[in-house]
Ligand binder design. Structure first.
Ligand SMILES: Nc1ncnc2c1ncn2[C@@H]1O[C@H](COP(=O)(O)OP(=O)(O)OP(=O)(O)O)[C@@H](O)[C@H]1O
Ligand SMILES: [Mg+2]
Length: 416
């Protein structure tokens, strides 16, 4: 009998017999392939209807919060306050506890309250009835400390994925408006959460790509060309690139139906939307594409084909949503993307991620807002945090005396 390493139970050391059993039923077709590599569900066991929620958050010197303790509802938390009061910062602190970093500012030191010497973010979670304490501490110009139940992580990547979370933010609009790297990052960030080999393969691919590009530049500087030297990189790039392409392709084909279903629901089936996976590797094998592109690569001095050029096309009624979608349609599209991400992670982990909805009401009409709120109030969602600048609007959405709804008023870095 081995000790179960699944959530909550591992922290308390009780042993569970269920090892060697096959993966239990799941709605998502990718679950079976990837469940075995999730740290939280090591041994290939997935538990349906697990629960996870943040019960208490303590902040010291985090952004505009000098000192703050908050106790949350296990279900719906409404965070209200005027512009600049600290609503998004509160969500960002929760994001830190799941991803060991800010959703917005990658420079950790800049998240410390101005002129303060350090910051601390602490969260107490209820994971299947077991208490989990997460600590993140940072002194200016020092290394960040990250602990789970008093034990410091050797590698922060061991923590990511254990406390699943999906953030919906106004900055998601970059996915539509900005370059292809944003959309690749989105795909990568979702796949990384369930396929541990993905990140290593991607890092390896990028390393080889960097070397291949340096070789091409070197040829140009020295006025030479050595096809054999280039092919050394090609072999390694093909292997890792084709793996990434296969993983992305299968993820996207699983993801699209869920995404479409969410859009249809939010919009009341008013419009049709689609996502297309654009990859040069859809057309032919990577090795062949690299051979065909040699002269072009020589002229451009960088690699013009590969999965580093992959993109997603976002369409509404067969036209690009970037150019032809209204602001509300774009917002609905992004919400559907994030809700599909939520479903995906939820199915894979066997528990609903925390859902952070920052400023979602802007640009959405009343019907869409109502549908969205009905959706997130449904059973399959777990703990939710919603921010709004209008106290009346958010209050009106849920029954005043509903015990699972908690309201917070934020004023200048203070929560009541
Ligand atoms: N490191 C920091 N130290 C002190 N204050 C900070 C720091 N980083 C950000 N702030 C401040 O935190 C305040 C609150 O920001 P936040 O984004 O949480 O506001 P908000 O309530 O979400 O507002 P909005 O309704 O406009 O979205 C801002 O005034 C911002 O300048
Ligand atoms: Mg905000």
């Amino acid at each position: 009998m081995k000790e179960c390493t699944c959530f909550g139970r591992s922290a308390h050391g009780c042993s569970v017999v269920s090892h060697g059993c096959s993966v239990v039923s799941h709605r998502c077709s990718v679950v079976h392939a990837c469940s075995a590599i999730l740290p939280i569900f090591a041994n290939g066991i997935i538990h349906n209807s697990l629960t996870l929620h943040l019960t208490k958050l303590s902040l010291i010197n985090f952004k505009n919060y000098a000192q703050q303790d908050v106790e949350f509802s296990a279900r719906i938390n409404c965070i209200m306050g005027s512009n600049g009061s600290g609503k998004t910062n509160l969500l960002d602190a929760i994001h830190y506890l799941s991803f060991c970093k800010s959703f917005f500012n990658p420079v950790d030191g800049q998240n410390i309250l101005h002129d303060a010497p350090f910051m601390v973010i602490q969260g107490i979670y209820d994971a299947e009835g077991a208490e989990e304490k997460i600590y993140c501490g940072l002194k200016r110009n020092q290394k960040k400390q990250f602990k789970r139940n008093q034990l410091e992580y050797a590698r922060l990547s061991d923590h990511i994925g254990l406390f699943p979370l999906v953030m919906v933010s106004p900055s998601d609009v970059d996915l539509i408006m900005e370059g292809s790297d944003c959309r690749r990052r989105f795909i990568d960030s979702v796949i990384c959460q369930f396929n541990k080999k993905y990140l290593d393969t991607l890092v390896y691919y990028n390393k080889i790509l960097f070397q291949r590009n340096a070789t091409l530049r070197g040829f140009s500087e020295r006025g030479v060309f050595d096809r054999d030297a280039l092919e050394v990189w090609d072999v390694q790039m093909v292997d890792s690139g084709e793996k990434i392409h296969g993983w992305r392709k299968s993820f996207i084909s699983d993801f699209i139906p869920t995404f479409k279903r969410h859009y249809e629901y939010i919009s009341g089936a008013k419009e049709t939307v689609d996502i297309l996976y654009d990859s040069q590797l859809n057309e032919a094998g990577f090795g062949m594409k690299l051979k065909e592109a040699v002269e072009k690569d020589r002229a451009f001095q960088y690699s013009t084909v590969g999965i580093h050029r992959d993109d997603l096309t976002f369409n509404i009624g067969n036209y690009p949503i970037k150019k032809f979608g209204s602001q509300g349609q774009q917002k609905s599209f992004l919400l559907a993307l994030k809700l599909a991400e939520f479903d995906f992670i939820s199915n894979i982990k066997g528990l609903p991620p925390l859902l952070l909805l920052d400023d979602i009401f802007d640009k959405l009409d009343e019907t869409r807002v109502k549908r969205l709120m009905e959706l997130v109030s449904s059973e399959k969602f777990g703990q939710i945090f919603i921010t709004d600048t209008h106290p009346d609007r958010i209050a009106g959405m849920f029954q005043q005396d509903a015990p699972e709804v908690k309201r917070f008023k934020v004023e200048n870095g203070n929560i009541n």
